[in-house]
Design a protein around this ligand. Sequence first.
Ligand code: ADP
Length: 281
Amino acid sequence: MSNCDSCPSKGNCSSEGSSTCSKLVTKYGKVKHIIGVISGKGGVGKSTVTGILAVQLKNAGYKVGVLDGDITGPSMPRFFGINNERAEILQMGDTEEVKFNPVETSLGIKVISLNLLTEQEEQPVIWRGPVITGVLTQMYTDTDWGDLDYLLIDMPPGTGDVALTIMQSIPVESMVVVSTPQDMVSMIVKKVVIMAEKLNVKILGVVENMAYIKCNKCGDRIRVFSKKSAEEQAKYLNLPLLSEMPINLDLVENMEKGKAEEYVKSNGEYNELIENFKKLS
Ligand code: ADP
């Protein structure tokens, strides 16, 4: 798919169809790179990895935004500790057009999520796929992103119509795949990998989350779910290994206190992800 397909400047741009365009233009913003974070299965850490990557990119000096595309289970506001804040919804003149002002985290990452647009975060979404897709696309086009180097999308789970439509309608440059070391999970994640390949979306690599726990006394890595190495799991998916992440209760505790940004920023354990991300992108 061409990056121009969903650009509002399509039909009115001199570099259309060429690879010279370095900025994807939304209604109220310019984005250099859109990266999707995806996994075929819920609960493997897709949102957590999106948050960690966003913090690391911000820490490396980039302007970063996060679009919480997991409409039925939005969890990015909690990761960033901004779940009690609300994104501003502005009506544009007398038209039906709206503009969403994203919430900025303490590090300055711009976040939009359905949970920042609804009155209460517990309100469920009881919508069918096409409505969810429409809302998600609107959150991408109608948010005032300003000038971003990276927009990370916490992708809708699974290989259903929502994930499929987003891959086709938002110009995602590449994907980071998240998995856990369990054969059943890898098999489901592989479906997403094959789906992305069929849609010609580049995959940078896989993050093996919850791969091990670290012994407090001796520092040994104990693999909890599988004796297979992360490399073996990555080989099965036919993807480079971006990072192997431990089950980390300190991370969870900091997330619960809304302090995940500071924790990730100061924890060298997560540097492998940004180093490999930069190498492969
Ligand atoms: P997904 O987006 O794939 O549904 P989440 O990122 O929301 O998954 O993670 C699911 C749950 O697992 C959350 O409660 C999260 O805090 C926890 N979790 C994710 N990764 C880790 C990790 N490395 N260590 C400990 N808990 C984790």
